[in-house]
Write a protein of this length. Sequence first.
Length: 374
Amino acid sequence: MPHLAETNIYSPRQRFVLLIITLVLLGLLSFFGLLQYLTAFLGAGILYVVLRPWFTALVHKHKWNRALVTVMLLVFAVVVLVIPFFALSSLLIDRVAELAKHPEQILQAVQSVERKVGMQVTQETQVRQLLQQGAAKVSQWIPTLASSVLNVIVVVGLMLFTLYYLFMQEEAFLAGLRRYLPFREKTMEELSESLKNNVNSNVLGQGIVALVQGLLTGATLWIFKVPDPMFWTVVAFFMAFIPVLGTPLVWGPAAIYQFAQGQTTQGIGIVLVGVIVIINVDNLLRIWLAKYMGDIHPWVTLVGLTLGVEIFGIVGLVIGPLLLSYFIVLMQVFSRENLALQHLMPDTLTGRAERAVETDTAEKLAASEVRRTQ
């Protein structure tokens, strides 16, 4: 049997080029094939950063079994995060779809406002059209268990599967990052700390603020007899991720609705609680959390939300600001590395010139020494 090297028609350089082309093609094929499941991988990474302190404390400090701790954290993630998310999203989808099919309640509220202000705000057909468009958009943004069971199972399963191996093979994963990412050790540590702060701020911080704001808004609307307070609590929870505007987009229209219904006292009550309690609790909570979890500029949050929701759906409320924040951090790292390189290059060129002069001088001295001996 002839040796492979003797029968191969390619030169070593050609084989290397073909190897690079094959790697690029396979990488692109894998990337585009898994692109629809990108949310699962990003979700696994975010949960890894959030749950890692607990994993480290239980496994490395208290010497618990690694597999047991990993399974416990996976169950915790499903019970505390995945199931409530789909329950809330399903409630929101169903209620919006019901309003789109039977918009009489919204139309009555609009007509009451028109009678109060003495002018026509909008037409009935426009209200119906807006509700239908809103229901379609919400259905697009928020996945439900009923709409795409198989896709939900695949995404959640892939996320948990990835998270499992991130914990079980943590050392190999981190070693791979240090080996293949094009950053120095100091930069890697800085990026790791920045990622932890951004995830804590966007996931834990924003989640706590949204939960408190949603509960406060829902309780306020329930106290002042606004219909369907549970639904508006869910809406307020999601709206609380939006900086500055947030829950006022929920309790503000609710107050207008009560005024339009002739419930002046209840409308005033909603406004007072919203302005005095809900907004101030939001501000105080964000200031307090910023001390422990880092702070993100409202502009970054707002732009990140806009991009994230459009690309990733409702999970973009978390992923969007996180990706934009990390992009800004990488730009800062690039700027610093580039500046350091610019400072280094003149010194390098000077050093090369000095070494060239020294070499030339040494060669001349050696040549003169040879002539002298001759």
